[in-house]
Design a protein around this ligand. Structure first.
Ligand code: SF4
Length: 400
């Protein structure tokens, strides 16, 4: 049965499939799979159902986080086929930031109304590179994670920004330690397809991209009730069924622990200089279908898609049911996709408002997860309280 048949078939309840979807009918795996494969004619009905779900969840509002991007180190022991960020020691552009550089960026962001310090870094570079071990020794740390923890703590203590670290795989102990200095953290699941670890595929020579290991990190964050950002990366060699399995794996963890604060649907973009530079990018239709199905599968989870990766047509992502644009910086470039600059915040605002929404600045932790953070005593709780307004959004919002 095609989606159209599913949509137009009148079930016993006498409501159409579409009406039921629009009214929050749970979507089975089989139905979600059909929706991912729907025809272009059927797409508007899918988008309408996803949009209705979004509006039930968070009517009239789209959020973003005004952030600075802090690429603590771009050395990484993994070699993902789509990555332009990573470097080996000695390669042009290889860099580990000093503490002064970290604080300088954070303070500059503070002056521009940013409330999030997004720490992005390679995974465990010291395990592969003696040069990184020497750098860490010079800085006075045993590992990259020790250095990250210290920088999160300093940003938290010395600025009004809230850290959001993305350091790769984490043990239970490291989740506990980083959760003491950051209100949320993140790890993209990317995909549950283990065949992408195979020779010549996207995760060939990327030991930290084993899906079971990434699921374990996300689960451990759940056990500790840490607000967590994850998501999928589409167009790296996976099938639509893999995308569905990835979404279902995230949903299952969220059902068990209730800690997934947002799911990012990120689309692969080809760029010169990466192993997958000639790889076809996912189409606009694939992106819209994936976002819409993510929304229908997780109607009460924040769904995000980065606007710069769908520019200039990013407004369409609103029609597919996202409710968040993710981190957007007025200061630092997107180091992961440097060829795709973030839209100017004024542009993002007018594009959002033209579709009838209010654009609101959120913190690194979403309003509905604030209580989990502020319930704990200490500096982090104080800083989060100070940063939030009464509704849990950013309290120091500046004009875009
Ligand atoms: S995507 Fe992340 S883990 Fe993979 S090579 Fe780049 S920095 Fe390393």
């Amino acid at each position: 049965m095609t989606v159209k048949e599913a949509i137009t078939t009148t079930p016993a309840s006498s409501a159409t499939f579409l009406d039921e979807l629009r009214h929050g009918m749970p979507v089975s795996r089989e139905e979600a799979c059909r929706l991912l494969h729907c025809t272009d004619d059927e797409l508007p009905a899918l988008l309408a159902a996803a949009l209705a779900a979004k509006q039930r969840f968070k009517p009239g509002v789209i959020t973003y986080s005004r952030k600075v991007f802090i690429p603590l180190t771009n050395l990484c022991r993994d070699y993902c086929g789509y990555c332009i960020f990573r470097r080996d020691p000695g390669e042009p552009g290889a860099h580990t930031m000093t503490p002064d550089q970290v604080l300088e960026v954070a303070r500059a962001g503070e002056k521009m109304g940013c409330t999030e310090a997004l720490f992005s870094l390679g995974d465990k570079p010291e395990l592969a590179f003696p040069e990184m071990r020497a750098t860490l020794r010079y800085l006075g740390y045993n590992s990259t994670l020790h250095y990250l923890e210290s920088m999160c703590e300093r940003v938290l203590r010395e600025t009004t920004l809230l850290p959001h670290p993305n350091p790769g795989l984490l043990s239970a102990e490291w989740i506990t330690r980083l959760a003491a200095v950051s209100p949320s953290m993140g790890l993209m699941l990317e995909t549950t397809n283990i065949s992408l670890l195979g020779s010549g595929r996207a995760h060939d020579n990327a030991p930290d991209k084993v899906p079971a290991k990434r699921l374990r990190t996300i689960e451990e964050a759940g056990k500790q009730s840490v607000p967590f950002t994850t998501g999928l990366l589409i167009g790296i060699g996976e099938t639509p069924e893999d995308r569905l399995d990835t979404l279902l794996a995230i949903r299952e963890l969220h059902r068990r622990y209730g800690h997934i604060q947002e799911v990012i649907v990120q689309n692969f973009r080809a760029k010169p200089g990466i192993p997958m530079q000639d790889w076809p990018e996912p189409t606009r239709g694939e992106m819209l279908r994936t976002v819409a199905v993510a929304r229908l599968l997780m109607p009460e989870v924040n769904i995000q898609a980065p606007p710069n990766l769908s520019a200039p047509y990013y407004g369409e992502l609103l029609d597919a049911g996202i409710n968040d644009w993710g981190g957007v910086s007025p200061l630092t470039p997107d180091f992961i996709n440097p060829e795709k600059p973030w839209p100017h915040l004024q542009h993002l605002q007018s594009r959002t408002e033209s579709r009838g929404y209010i654009l609101r600045q959120r913190l690194a932790v979403y309003p509905e997860f604030l209580a989990a953070v502020t319930a704990r005593p200490g500096l982090l709780s104080e800083k989060v309280r100070a940063a939030a307004d009464r509704e849990g959004y950013a309290g120091r919002t500046k004009a875009a």
